[in-house]
Design a protein around this ligand. Structure first.
Ligand code: ZN
Length: 183
């Protein structure tokens, strides 16, 4: 497909989306009260709304390749919890994650220069998964690291301490569709 065809297909998809049920959209114009915040991978196979069978207005979603967390992502979680009143924060990795796979294969190119772009993602994950022995272990270690990054945000830490929000860790299995929560 050419890009012109791709954009045309997406536009017609949007036309199909516009037609039914304008009521929900009208209601959401007044504001959003999402059930949960989900921080997960950008992988096209990992679509939180589909995975959890929810729709518009129900999840506040932050996605990066490898679900890595920097200031912008933790600031987004801070916004969801601190301003939208989201109490459940889910940090979700997934099986067959390309970013975690690249880090496991030693895909980052040294630390002689400050990492940026994709390199920054891979070095972040490489640090996060050091010492892990399997892909499954690496995915969980990477989730733990993302959680630790969120905990570096003082506002998030305060909300957690005050019992106003909780962080849940999970891994989505792209084969079975199952989301496994873990401690
Ligand atoms: Zn991924």
């Amino acid at each position: 497909m050419t890009n012109t065809e791709i954009i045309a297909a997406l536009k017609s998809g949007n036309d199909a989306f516009i037609k039914p049920s304008t009521a929900r959209r009208a209601e959401l114009v007044k504001g959003q009260h999402p059930l949960a915040a989900v921080l997960t991978c950008s992988d096209s196979r990992v679509v939180p709304e589909e995975i959890f069978s929810v729709s518009l207005g129900e999840l506040f979603v932050i996605r990066t390749a490898g679900n890595v967390v920097s200031d912008f992502e933790s600031g987004s979680v801070e916004y969801a919890a601190g301003h939208l009143g989201v109490t459940a924060i889910i940090v979700m990795g997934h099986t067959h994650c390309g970013a975690v796979g690249a880090a496991r294969e030693g895909g980052h190119h040294g630390e002689t220069v400050a990492p940026h772009g994709l390199n920054a993602i891979i070095s972040e994950i490489t640090r996060a998964i050091s010492g892990t022995k399997s892909a499954a272990e690496a995915v969980r270690a990477n989730v733990n690291n993302s959680v630790n990054r969120l905990l570096e945000n003082r506002e998030i830490l305060e909300l957690l301490d005050e019992g106003k929000a909780e962080i849940y860790k999970a891994v989505y299995d792209i084969e079975t569709g199952k989301v496994e929560f873990f401690q």
